[in-house]
Design a binder for this molecule. Sequence first.
Ligand SMILES: NC(=O)c1ccc[n+]([C@@H]2O[C@H](COP(=O)([O-])OP(=O)(O)OC[C@H]3O[C@@H](n4cnc5c(N)ncnc54)[C@H](OP(=O)(O)O)[C@@H]3O)[C@@H](O)[C@H]2O)c1
Length: 373
Amino acid sequence: MAGRAGARHLLLTGRSGAASEAATQAVAKMRADGVDVVVAKADVSDERQVAGVIEEIRHSMPPLRGVVHAAGILDDGVLMQLDEERFATVMAPKVNGAWNLHRLTLEDDLDFFVLFSSAASVLGSPGQGNYVAANAFLDALAHHRRALGMPALAINWGAWTEVGLATRSDRVEHLTRQGIMPFTPEQGVLLMERMLERDLVQCMGVAMDWGKILGSYTPPVLSRLSEEVLAGEGPAKKDSSVRKDILAAEPEERRGLVERFLVEQIAQVLKCSPTKGDAYEPLNRLGIDSLMAVELKNRVEADLETSLPVTALLQGPSLSQLATQLLEGLDAPAAEAPEEAEDGLEAQVEGLTDEEVDALLRDLVKEEEKAEG
Ligand SMILES: NC(=O)c1ccc[n+]([C@@H]2O[C@H](COP(=O)([O-])OP(=O)(O)OC[C@H]3O[C@@H](n4cnc5c(N)ncnc54)[C@H](OP(=O)(O)O)[C@@H]3O)[C@@H](O)[C@H]2O)c1
């Protein structure tokens, strides 16, 4: 992109410099294309270090004409698990970093000031409260700069494939399942060029499978659009072969299939994947609250065609215990599943507000913790 945009002098910074194999290759390619590339180690969240880098540019390079802020890190977890430190870690490169670049280049005559934000700050992203907040700051900074008459573009990226944060762990697969389709670096660069040409201040660059995303979860910001899209094509059809596949498998393979299915469903509901170690943790400790329990029940019942009372989930089983329970019920069709006792927990839940259900859930966890000693 640097070459195509006519930039002949680039200064790239990161805490580790261009240390990775991919970064070394990218720098070599740009140099081969005739771009003068300087790599400097600096932590963008540290004002002194950023000032040092800018000083270096002023002494040894042509005038600074543009800034692209793309520093970012992830530390995902449901809100209850995110403490001050985990917020500060994720906020530092984005909030402090972008603010340092903004303040220290106020006197420079820039053509562009691009902030790599995320679609997460527009659409929301359960399990990424710290990341969402950090990116929301970038969006606000772009508008603030424009209000001051300065160039700014915040790009709310969806998922990139081949490079970057989303390719680590199974994030791309997770996003694809939700309906956010990844695009290649070439497509991303093209999009960014178009946004700059149109002089936009904030723009979301996301490839969406609308049927999928609106069929499973409608971000509030898309609710109007959702009505139009769903009226046109209807939500994505679910794959109803899960139960068939499990029943067709050898008995010793069934447990693995049910557990994998549960991991996928829990990941969809929590919008972040449980780890292997989470299999023995009560679901409510993974962050499944009462509303999520209802969503999980609906998903499991629709795909496995078996009954899963919401009370069974509210009692806080682990994923592994739930798999056992579902395996036992799989041979019986849903219609024959036993009705829940009228005077049981479900009867207690009937008629309660969400807050009351959450309080009940907390009491159950406390009781369970007491029982565990
Ligand atoms: N990839 C995607 O699908 C996607 C989607 C939405 C938004 N984004 C945003 O796009 C940006 C780039 O993401 P990416 O996927 O390319 O991630 P990446 O490959 O992990 O690159 C992030 C870069 O930030 C640098 N960095 C982190 N903390 C820093 C700090 N304190 N000071 C200086 N540099 C720092 C890292 O280098 P060091 O570790 O050496 O410091 C790394 O080179 C991020 O802001 C991300 O939030 C990406």
